[in-house]
Design a protein around this ligand. Sequence first.
Ligand SMILES: *[C@@H]1O[C@H](CO)[C@@H](O)[C@H](O)[C@H]1NC(C)=O
Ligand SMILES: *[C@@H]1O[C@H](CO)[C@@H](O)[C@H](O)[C@H]1NC(C)=O
Length: 322
Amino acid sequence: MYICSLCLIMSLWKLSESGFSFHCPVQSHWKHRAENNCGSVDGYFCLFNRNEHYFTEFCRKPPDFEAPGQKLIVAGSSNGTLQGADCNSDFYQPFKFLSSGNSRCVYEKSYCNGEGLVTSSNGTLENDRSCRCDYTRGYNFINQPKHRCYCVPSEEDCSCHLKICPSNHILSPDYECLNENEWKPSFHCDSISTVVLSKDPEIPLSTDKSSMENYVQANRKAACVAVLVVFMLILSVPMIFVVLPILEECLCRMKRKHTEVDEKIASLIAIEKSSLKKQIDAIDFEKQELKGKICKLEDNIEKVPYHVLGKICVHQIVHAFK
Ligand SMILES: *[C@@H]1O[C@H](CO)[C@@H](O)[C@H](O)[C@H]1NC(C)=O
Ligand SMILES: *[C@@H]1O[C@H](CO)[C@@H](O)[C@H](O)[C@H]1NC(C)=O
């Protein structure tokens, strides 16, 4: 612990007592707020108050330090005693804590939540969490980490992949494919003692000693994926059967509308045609009648004496009706 008791003589006053809603400024706003409130970055503090359980900000000089793995908190609200305290379990502080710019430990710990990743160690106050690939489920590192047995997500790529071993071989804690018969009494890397694989009570918890079983589990997972894919394919077939008829019906409906319009046009044309035909027929009939009349007239003309006929040109009349 590194308490700067000399600083207590310096002026101290709280700038904010807004309680639970108050959050210390984020990094990008820190300088602005510090300069606004205290005139300089060095004189501005924003720390957790242990007694009142909220963050509080105040101005005081000079800035304060704390050892790696520690942060500063306000221990006494009345006289503003500062104290060192461990980082929260999800944070770590690999170097000296400095009050100007920080309200808590500087880094948040990584999570081992990639595919096949498990926690190797929860880290320390000064170090990040480390992860490893779960060999009990057949996972190996894609890139060899700096330390052979674990990797640190904040420093390197921790991706895992399923390593395919020859038949009758399984992945060892050292990430080698080993036959059951050549299984070693000890390995360089620690074994993963218990890994919860499934909430199904019928599937036992996997341990290092039942590695064969673990291998089966890994394969079972692959099989599960395959079954899922097949299931989705099967699901997609009825989808086709459901969607296709709907599309078909839509098309039919559109077609039907088209044919309805076509039919209407056709019937209109037919009506028009038939009325025209009737008119033509009527005209033809009239023509025929007139022709008959003309013939009668011609017959009569022959009986009419020639001098009467003189001014009538029957052929001209006939021509006019043709
Ligand atoms: C003020 O700080 C000192 C530590 O320097 C502590 O011993 C004392 O109890 C504090 N007083 C109050 C009233 O909190
Ligand atoms: C890490 O911490 C969690 C909970 O804090 C605990 O369940 C887990 O066992 C720890 N893992 C290791 C490897 O220490």
